[in-house]
Design a protein around this ligand. Structure first.
Ligand code: F6P
Length: 602
């Protein structure tokens, strides 16, 4: 542990990942971040500071060197052009749509952003023009559905269905790594029907780093598709928004900065379009640039509370280490961020759905998702506070952590009522509360909640910001904070080795390739030896049959869905030359995966 030792981040360290010599074979979104190399051995407060520095990389200036940044001239200009397209649709919404689509977190953020902006339209008595698509359908909003990400045809079909009969569609495909075949299929479909569709791609790698692997049923790769889009962008028939935001804190975990930057960029575009369409405020370069920059303040305000965030990480880490739960109880749209963060813990950390769970006041009524209530799919899809009271509360004790997440526009008395019931079972209850400057009325009610909580984090925002922007800031702040809590807690549980998630789920082709790379990096063995070990772990067999070795990656990832700890198993086998059974018993002895790996690495 580095506890006690002051952690500082030099400007050179902030920029180290940009060197052409730094992990040159990897795209930015898959590189390991030099700032987080020792995050696995850090204390809770140290983890928060490292995450703060990693998130700050999103707003690094454009040095004119290798990478475009959020506020680079070219990026801002493209944001303006896309905002103008949205403005046209808002002014004449007949037969038109703006469709956002993505896989995993990218799809979840598509959902959140479309909900927010449709709500804004309804408040203005305008018809809602935004639609979302998430690979795997609405169940993917709340759970890990990794396989549909590999299906370009499914992507194209789902887009076609949403846009039936429309004459103008602005399609925004989000793939942080410029890699998801599902999104590639949709962008290709748009390019075949340019009379209706204007395709926009949002991601965080330069175009030459787009994924170049073959995709099922396609003659093109993501990279060749991006090249076609670049060609079309010259005549403004397609748009690419792809600044670099630096490598993720946990390598490849694009739910973190990739997700935050997606939210920032799309909110900036839609806010500018709404202002232009409904309040006659022109879309300007300066306006866009300043709006992007205003989000830097959300980050600064959030991380100015490091001392309040640290106990949350500590509590959540303790709970997970003891095999207990972390529950987010949220209200309003910040509650949706709780659902999203909880849903990501299974694919990111191999967590059980019970480990980190989100619940929201109003349940599916508040969510208002395409497919309506999903509770009939099973307990992991039960998301209301009533579900929490019924399913979870009876078994809680002091080892479980409960986090209340709300803002001053929610009913604080309702929060206090729920807090009281939780307090009857556990004293390990915490609150995160957003309020605006000078809100004294809410402060009085808030003291009732404070009395029930072992820690309360009040984040105060300047009252000068417009209400709609305030809400978006609260959401981003909540996202950063919960990403820090869940990532930090899993680090403290020992799930991360250096800055790699060793126990990565191998449930789609991108994750399969990531697992192989990780095995090569940690074992030093050849790619073919690593693939052999990975397949042995996936198929749970020390000998590989011809049937296994001749199967495609799709079959491997399908089989891997029913297995756990395949990468740690493969790694132990590679490092020791032992059998799978021996590797299994070794991992059983070392409950903490990081320690099991570290024991062999030394
Ligand atoms: O397949 C897993 C995953 O990495 C998710 O964690 C992520 O949210 C999703 O893929 C989407 O990735 P991208 O935005 O790069 O397409």
């Amino acid at each position: 542990m580095h506890a006690g030792r002051e952690w500082t981040c030099s400007p050179a360290a902030m920029h180290a990942w940009e060197s052409p010599d730094y992990e040159p074979s990897l795209p930015v979104s898959e590189k390991s971040n030099p700032l987080t190399r020792d995050i696995d051995r850090a204390s809770a407060s140290h983890i928060v500071r490292i995450l703060q520095a990693t998130d700050a990389q999103m707003f690094q200036e454009d040095t004119g060197a290798t990478y475009k940044r959020l506020v680079s001239k070219q990026v801002v200009e493209t944001l303006m052009e896309v905002a103008e397209k949205v403005e046209l649709i808002l002014k004449d919404p007949r037969d038109s749509l703006v469709v956002l689509s993505g896989c995993g977190t990218s799809g979840r953020l598509a959902f959140l952003i479309t909900s927010d902006f449709n709500k804004a339209l309804r408040e203005l008595n305008q018809s809602p023009v935004y639609r979302y698509i998430i690979a795997g359908g609405d169940r993917a909003l709340l759970s890990s559905q990794e396989a549909p990400e590999d299906d370009p045809e499914l992507g194209a079909l789902s887009l076609k269905k949403v846009c039936e009969g429309k004459k103008h569609v602005l399609f925004i495909g989000i793939s942080c790594g410029l890699s998801a075949p599902f999104v590639a299929g949709q962008l290709d479909f748009c390019m075949q029907h340019l009379e209706v569709f204007t395709p926009v791609l949002v991601g965080f790698n330069p175009s030459h780093q787009a994924r170049d692997d073959p995709m099922s049923g396609c003659t093109f790769t993501f990279r060749s598709l991006v090249q076609r889009m670049e060609e079309l962008s010259k005549s403004k028939k397609a748009f690419l928004i792809n600044p670099a935001v630096g490598p993720e804190a946990v390598s490849g975990s694009s739910r973190m900065k990739g997700g935050s930057a997606t939210k920032i960029l799309l909110e900036v575009v839609f806010s500018a379009a709404h202002a232009a369409a409904f309040t006659n405020s022109p879309i300007t370069f300066k306006g866009i640039q300043e709006h992007v920059d205003a989000y830097r303040q959300s980050l600064d305000i959030t991380y100015s509370h490091t001392e309040g965030i640290t106990p949350l990480l500590e509590a959540a880490g303790q709970s997970l280490r003891h095999g207990k739960r972390v529950c987010y109880l949220g209200w309003g749209s910040v509650g949706i961020l709780g659902l999203i963060d909880a849903s990501e813990c299974n694919p990111t950390f191999g967590a059980d759905f019970e480990d980190v769970r989100g619940f929201i006041s109003g349940g599916y009524g508040q969510l208002n998702n395409n497919e309506g209530p999903l509770s009939s799919l099973g307990p992991d899809f039960c998301i209301s506070h009533e579900d929490f009271l019924r399913q979870v509360l009876p078994s809680l004790d002091d080892w479980d952590t409960v986090l209340l997440i709300y803002t001053h526009s929610d009913s604080v008395s309702e929060v206090a009522k729920l807090a009281l019931r939780v307090r009857g079972k556990t004293s390990n209850i915490h609150a995160v509360y957003h309020q605006v400057d000078g809100d004294t009325a809410a402060a009085v009610q808030q003291s009732d909640v404070n009395k029930l909580c072992s820690s309360s984090l009040k984040i105060t925002w300047p009252s000068s910001a417009p209400e709609s922007f305030l809400r978006m800031q609260w959401e981003l702040s909540t996202k950063l904070l919960l990403n820090a809590v869940s990532t930090g807690a899993h680090i403290l549980k020992g799930k991360i080795y250096q800055n790699h998630m060793i126990d990565v789920q191998v449930t789609n082709s991108k994750l399969y390739c990531r697992a192989l790379r990780l095995l090569q990096k940690l074992s030093g063995c050849t790619e073919s030896k690593c693939e052999e070990a990975l397949l042995r772990a996936i198929y749970n067999s020390d000998t590989l049959t011809a049937e296994i070795t001749s199967s495609d990656v799709g079959s491997h990832t399908q089989t891997a869905r029913n297995r756990t700890e395949v990468v740690p198993l493969a790694l132990v086998c590679l490092l020791t030359g032992c059998s799978l059974q021996e590797a299994e018993s070794h991992l059983r002895r070392h409950v903490i995966v990081r320690e099991a790996v570290a024991a062999h690495m030394s």
